[in-house]
Design a protein around this ligand. Structure first.
Ligand code: KG4
Ligand code: ZN
Length: 345
């Protein structure tokens, strides 16, 4: 599919896999007409992570308003939509079914096709979306593409030879990168979600203050962050036992540097091995400034990274991935089930 020969279509995307209820309208696969995200972060912060039952009930309360608002902002009605794209998985089962049922209701009422989208491919496709304030979309990422997906639940490396086709090279053996940020933030007494808190604390810290381990797992394309997390835990305990204050900023900066080093090194190496033309980095952790800067400064290849507003969960990315599935012929039935553990292969 050459980018220039893509058929026109307007896609309504719906996302509810975790703790964000989101809807967006994408035109012709690239142009963002509207995007609304209702975050539940404040509700879950008290638990230090996402509380699944609270999440699904909150999705029920907000999803109608979110869809309505995104249609209004796009100045369209349901009759102007060519397909409904919805996150089918992976994610929390109780949360996924709320979005799926909303999408099915709209598909049935409007007699429009339903397209189930993998949340992980959604993150990848966030790099195809126009910046919300932009008039022209950024140049489309070029295949073969080395895609690093780093979120709260996943750290995965894929090669993409063409649209909607993924070869998984490896992924995390234990904690996902975002999960490591969240857990280490908790150890350091920083607020949930941990990624932005660690990034903020790091600004005052020295990334070389402590040398935390970098699990390189030579000979595989897998990642592991649990050893790094344990090293942070041991150091926290040592400071506590010695009755000394925990140097939060230095530890946060040193932890962040270790995560960034491993992610960048491995992705650049994989890009070389697989003769990728370009690199793509997506998912919540791709909002991290140190990670973005390291990729941009160390890579000889072009690195596609979505704008900050599209790094964390949103529906623009689901609508965009849905567009490419739709023009590839995907039409899903109205008894489509959620796939909470759906791997992208
Ligand atoms: O993609 P996402 O919104 O949800 C999932 O699909 O998991 O990613 C959320 C994850 C959380 O673990 C959060 O701590 C992390 O992304 N994150 C960050 C940053 N912003 C969000 N990690 C590092 N630096 C950030 N600035
Ligand atoms: Zn996500």
């Amino acid at each position: 599919m050459a980018e220039t020969s893509l058929p026109p279509a307007r896609i309504l995307g719906i996302e509810s896999s975790c703790d964000e209820t989101a809807a967006a309208v994408i035109e012709n696969g690239r142009f963002l007409l509207s995007s609304v995200v209702a975050s539940q972060i404040d509700l879950h912060a008290a638990y230090g992570g996402v509380f699944p039952e609270v999440a699904s009930r909150q999705h029920i309360k907000t999803i109608y308003g979110v869809v309505d608002q995104t249609l209004q902002q796009a100045h369209i009605g349901l009759g102007d939509v060519d397909a409904i794209a919805v996150t089918r998985g992976p994610g929390l089962a109780g949360s996924l079914v709320v979005g799926l049922n909303m999408a099915k209701g709209i598909a049935l009422a409007g007699n429009v096709p339903l397209v189930g989208v993998n949340h992980l491919e959604g993150h990848i496709y966030s790099a195809w979306v126009t910046k919300p304030d932009g008039k022209e979309p950024p140049p489309a990422p070029k295949f073969p593409l080395m895609a690093l997906l780093v979120s709260g639940g996943h750290s995965e490396l894929y090669v993409m030879e063409k649209h909607i086709q993924y070869t998984r090279l490896g992924g995390t053996l234990d904690d996902a990168a975002g999960e490591a940020f969240d857990k280490v933030a908790r150890l350091l007494g920083l607020a949930y979600p941990g990624g932005p808190s660690i990034e903020k604390a790091s600004k005052e810290g020295d990334p070389q203050a402590f040398h935390f381990p970098r699990a390189r797992l030579e000979g595989t394309w897998d990642f592991s962050f649990s050893g790094l997390k344990t090293a942070v835990l041991r150091l926290v305990r040592k400071f506590e036992e010695e009755g000394k204050p925990i140097p939060v900023a230095d530890m946060a900066a040193s932890f962040q540097a270790a995560v960034v080093d491993v992610l960048v090194e491995k992705t650049l190496y994989a890009a070389e091995e697989y003769s990728a033309k370009e690199i793509l980095v997506a998912g919540g952790v791709s909002a991290n400034k140190a990670l973005r800067e390291a990729f941009l400064s160390k890579s000889k290849l072009k690195v596609n990274i979505p704008p900050l507003s599209l790094c964390t969960d949103n529906a623009a990315m689901i609508a965009t991935a849905g567009y490419y599935r739709f023009v590839n012929g995907t039409r899903d039935p109205l008894d489509l089930d959620a796939l909470p553990n759906w791997l992208l292969v």
